[in-house]
Design a protein around this ligand. Structure first.
Ligand SMILES: *Cc1c(COP(=O)(O)O)cnc(C)c1O
Ligand SMILES: [Zn+2]
Length: 434
């Protein structure tokens, strides 16, 4: 199988060798995509092979990403692979959340079960593997948190130095703590995400650092595994809807590409519809899909949301994501801070839990069911993108009525659960619990 980088712009479509260090098309500045030429193995053969690999102890087969490596054959030499046994995340039935959303059934594909607690690991294992293959010694990213936590872990596992650029004061402590613990050089820059991204693109070139931001096409390849593993877990029966939060829209791009490729290979019979949910204070993609055909994304200059993982005003992958949402007959919805917070508490009550950005999915489904876009008897899978412990501060504040939205108003603790201070006295405690 021949792997190449191809420019995503239909007017350009320039091709480049997969071992060139490129982040965007040198011809036109367009996004790059990994493209494969050759004959794919037969669907039935792959499905059987992937099942058999689950029984094996080799690190490659134990990874929920590399087990499906036939679908992203960009490395010939698997000795370059850097794996922390990412993927292997469960699909959890959530009856309580289903009834909250007005659905008969709802499944959560929980990416928070990953080694560093978010779906970024599915992509990062491929991104860092590519860095190793290119012979790079240093990697960097700009991040609202999870990308840096993940990159720091994989870089250290590979013996590479990692440099992290963080918007000052805009990251949850759980994520920052991970980056520090995994040994990344961490720079907190006094600028927003989009400004820092421009800065880092200049620095990467100057200092010979490999950039692992979400435009990195190899990370997108790795994130395809989330959909492949999901379909494997469902015995290749596609659901009606896949619901996910949208920030930089890398995941939307990856899911769409994976679904199209799986349909093309005959692994699934139909493509589920994508529903992308944004926070209302950072919803440029929501606005874009309501513009006439051919419109370009208008960046939100000051994105605002407590769901920091989707606090993105100028999502780099929007051209890919737009194509994927259209190709799947999908929709884009937006939800308020209150809706996210309440949905998150409901996911918690299922015994599942997730970080704020992930909960946008349930809030969005509820809205889409109410509007009649999603029917209550449809088969829906929502992707929970991050672990509940990523942002404990948010949780404590919500349950105790101290969570403040970016506009300064307090979020109502609709499903609040206050801790109670109790005296050291059995009778009084018994009375409290009656
Ligand atoms: C990165 C991230 C997102 C946003 O994903 P994009 O691919 O940037 O749209 C959502 N939730 C969590 C937990 C994340 O870490
Ligand atoms: Zn181009």
């Amino acid at each position: 199988m021949l792997a190449e980088l191809v420019c995503f712009e239909t007017s350009c479509r320039a091709r480049y060798p997969v071992d060139r260090v490129l982040y965007s098309c040198p011809e036109c500045g367009g996004l790059l995509e990994v493209d494969y030429t050759g004959t794919w193995p037969e669907a039935k053969v792959l499905q059987r092979r992937w099942r058999e690999r689950r029984l094996q102890n080799h690190p490659l087969e134990q990874s929920g990403v590399w087990r499906y490596r036939e679908l992203y054959p960009f490395v010939e030499d698997t000795s370059h692979v850097v794996t922390l046994r990412e993927g292997n995340t469960p699909v959890l039935e959530a009856p309580l959340a289903a009834s909250y959303a007005g659905l008969r059934r709802l499944g959560f594909k929980h990416q928070g079960f990953n080694p560093t607690g978010s779906f970024k690991d599915n992509g990062m294992t491929c991104g860092v593997t590519q860095a190793v293959r290119l012979g790079m010694r240093r990697v960097a990213c700009v991040s609202t948190g999870n990308t840096s936590a993940s990159m720091a872990a994989y870089a250290s596992a590979a013996g590479l130095q990692s440099i992290i650029f963080i918007p000052y004061g805009n990251i949850s402590y759980g994520k920052l703590a991970q980056a520090l613990e995994y040994g990344a050089r961490t720079l907190q820059v006094e600028a927003n995400f989009d400004q820092i991204l421009a800065l880092v693109r200049v620095l990467a070139e100057r200092l010979g650092i490999y950039l692992l931001n979400s435009i990195n096409p190899f990370r997108i390849e790795g994130q395809k595994s989330i959909m492949v593993e999901l379909m494997d877990q469902r015995d290749w029966q596609a659901p009606d809807w896949i619901v996910l939060p949208g920030g930089n829209l890398g995941n939307t791009s990856a899911f769409g590409k994976a679904l199209r490729e799986m349909k093309q290979l005959g692994l699934i019979e139909r493509i589920p519809r994508l529903a992308v949910i944004q926070a209302s204070g950072a919803a440029p993609f929501y606005d874009l899909v309501r513009e006439p055909e051919g419109a370009r994304l208008k960046a939100v200059e000051h994105p605002e949301t407590l769901a920091t993982a989707i606090k993105i005003g100028d999502p780099v992958s929007w051209p890919k994501a737009l194509l994927e949402v259209k190709a799947s007959g999908g929709v884009v919805e937006k939800v308020t801070e209150q809706e996210i917070a309440d949905a998150k508490a409901q996911i918690g009550r299922c015994g599942i839990g997730c970080e704020p950005a992930s909960a946008a999915t349930l809030a969005g489904i509820r809205k889409l069911v109410e509007a009649g876009t999603i029917r209550s008897d449809e088969d829906v899978v929502a992707v929970l993108t991050g672990n509940v412990l990523k942002d404990p501060d948010y949780i404590y504040r919500y349950h105790t009525g101290q969570l403040k939205a970016p506009d300064g108003t307090f979020i109502r603790p609709t499903y609040g659960n206050q801790p109670v201070v109790a005296p050291n006295d059995a009778d009084q405690i018994a009375r409290l619990l009656e």
